[in-house]
Structures are given as structure tokens and as C-alpha cells.
Design a protein around this ligand. Structure first.
Ligand SMILES: [Cu+2]
Length: 118
């Protein structure tokens, strides 16, 4: 009984330490709720920790609700994810999912608007 309590405490400690390394999105282009002009768009997602981009994923949902994978470009430093696409006006959402160096996956949404061509 006592041994089990010690084990639970140890696991809790490990969990708390690992949580500090979870990848949190610091900023992005477009920003959450932001607007960018139509045409070629360079996407950036910057995190607070290193991520494994080969095991990370970007899923874009377009104005017609169609979803497609947005390929992650093999460039930049390990805390930034780059992608590019040419988009027409409308509202979009990118769902990012990244694997942090501690082995934990985090995900979130970046909704944005593509405005008229400049
Ligand atoms: Cu973690």
C-alpha cells in the first residue's frame, strides 16, 4: 500500500516535469484570427520547444469545408514549422499537430481569413 503511494507520487512528478516541454504555439503567420491577402502565402508556426517536424502535421480546412494536408517544408530551425500554399479569398482553419522532443503531441487551431488580392 505504501509502496504504491510512492509510485503514484513519482509518476506525478515525472508527468509535471514532462508537461513543461510540451510544445506551445508562441506565434504564427497568419496570426490566429488574422487576415492575409490572397495568393501565395508562407505559413509559419513558432513553438516554445523543439519539435519533430517529420512527425508533425498541418491540416487545412477551406471555405468549402474540404480538408487537405498542408505539407511541412523541410527548412528552418527545430522550433518553427513552415508551409506554403496559394489560397483564394475565404475563411480557413489550420489544425496543427506537433510532436515535441519530450514525445508528447499537442494540437491547436489557427483560424484566419484570406482577403481579396492586392
Ligand atoms: Cu510533454
Amino acid at each position: 500500500m505504501r509502496r504504491r503511494a510512492v509510485l503514484v507520487a513519482a509518476l506525478t512528478l515525472v508527468g509535471a516535469r514532462a508537461a513543461q516541454a510540451h510544445a506551445i504555439l508562441l506565434d504564427s503567420t497568419p496570426a490566429i484570427g488574422g487576415t492575409v491577402p490572397a495568393g501565395p502565402i508562407k505559413f509559419t508556426f513558432r513553438y516554445n520547444s523543439r519539435i519533430d517536424r517529420r512527425r508533425s502535421r498541418l491540416l487545412i480546412t477551406g471555405p468549402d469545408k474540404a480538408q487537405s494536408i498542408l505539407p511541412i517544408l523541410d527548412e528552418g530551425t527545430d522550433d518553427i514549422v513552415f508551409a506554403s500554399a496559394t489560397l483564394s479569398p475565404g475563411t480557413y482553419t489550420i489544425r496543427w499537430q506537433v510532436l515535441a522532443v519530450d514525445g508528447h503531441i499537442t494540437r491547436g487551431d489557427v483560424p484566419f481569413t484570406v482577403g481579396g488580392a492586392q
